[in-house]
Design a protein around this ligand. Structure first.
Ligand code: PMP
Length: 359
């Protein structure tokens, strides 16, 4: 069996154990005589999977009982619209912090619905840091930030104190990468397909006072209350994706939980950034040191020709997913939870050798 070094930005690497676990019971799910793929979401066997995914997420996130969990569809992109539809309608105001492509998308959607103030942006600095000066609007419905900027390569390591105004965090690309106090947030949402599982579901965690404030006049499927009241089964959930999320969370718990994961992720980040910083300017990172993401590392090389050659040779050596989107250009490596420290060491050896030959 061949396994490459998977540095894709998402969908991205999953624990091999979680995939093999699914493989082993794919055809006959726990003696039911059928695959989970063909099983009703109303069956007892599926319900157990669903409940376990909920319970593991609550446990690993240390999420208090006054937060509701939802497994939704439509991606984090639907949440860009659904959150303001529920919380911003009726003349309210919300604050947004612009840290790149994904926050810009969230802002665009919010502005369709209501008044979204962009209170801070790092755009003028090519999004190379997260803004520190945050002039919040008193009495705003919420403040929205993107916890990790998948394309820009920045991450919030200390979330701002927004006082009585609820903070909403898009944690699509760094959920469960480190220990976070969820009570700093009114809402946390994240697409599954980076740290939690394959694509297909978006997890939303919402504090109950915010749930109570949601616009009751929306169509059924766009109301959070519909999903909370029906434990995300008002309509058919993405059963197999939720099953895989459960497998990934089981694996995370069995391998030391969030503390071990945090330690490993910071170690991976440190290894990589130290290598860049000590390459004599051959590999450079444009991001302010204190805001450098440990999930998505962006870097440059002396010329675009060298960068192209680098990516081509990387692929030949089974290092997959190193090119960034044109919004930032240059190179990116995604070191999500399931990327091992061995993969990081191996790619760094390759990079060292590439520099020796091409430097
Ligand atoms: N937010 C962030 C931080 C992302 O990285 C992405 C891309 N996966 C999205 C939102 C959009 O997610 P989706 O494609 O699932 O709608």
């Amino acid at each position: 069996m061949k396994r490459v070094h998977n540095f894709y930005p998402g969908p991205g690497a999953l624990p091999l154990e979680a995939i093999e676990y699914a493989q082993n019971e794919l055809v006959d799910f726990q003696g039911t005589g059928m695959s989970l793929l063909e099983m009703s979401h109303r069956s007892t066997a599926y319900q157990e999977v669903h409940d376990e995914a909920y319970a593991l997420l609550r446990e690993l996130m240390e999420l208090p009982e006054n937060y509701h969990i939802m497994f939704l569809q439509g991606g984090a992109s639907l949440q860009f619209a659904m959150l303001p539809m529920n919380l911003l309608a009726g003349g309210k105001v919300a604050d947004y912090i612009d840290t790149g492509v994904w926050s810009t998308r969230a802002i665009t959607e919010a502005k369709i619905v209501g008044q979204a103030n962009v209170i801070a942006s790092s755009k003028d600095d090519d999004y190379n840091h997260v803004p520190k000066d945050l002039p919040f609007t008193p009495g705003a419905a919420y403040v929205h930030l993107t916890s990790n900027n998948t394309i820009m390569g920045t991450q919030w390591f200390k979330y701002p104190d927004t006082g009585d105004v609820p903070l909403i965090g898009d944690m699509s690309s760094d959920i469960l990468c480190r220990k976070v106090d969820p009570t700093q947030f009114g809402v946390i949402y994240a697409g599954a397909h980076k740290n939690l599982g394959p694509s297909g579901t978006t997890i939303v965690m919402m504090r109950d006072d915010l749930l109570a404030k949601c616009d009751p006049s929306l169509p059924t499927l766009l109301k959070y209350s519909t999903h909370v009241e029906n434990q995300s089964m008002f309509n058919t959930p993405v059963t197999f994706t939720i099953y895989m999320v459960r497998n990934v969370l089981r694996h995370l718990k069995a391998t030391g939980g969030i503390e071990a994961m945090e330690k490993q992720n910071f170690a991976k980040g440190e290894l990589f950034y130290n290598f860049l910083d000590n390459s004599g300017g051959y590999y450079t990172c444009p991001i302010a040191k204190e805001d450098r993401s440990i999930m998505n590392i962006v870097f440059n090389m002396p010329t675009t020709e060298l960068e192209e050659k680098f990516v081509a040779e990387a692929i030949k050596n089974d290092f997959i997913g190193l090119k960034n989107l044109p919004q930032r250009g240059h190179l990116r490596i995604s070191l999500y939870n399931s990327v091992s420290i061995e993969s990081v060491r191996t790619v760094l050896e390759f990079m060292k050798e590439f520099q020796r030959v091409n430097g």
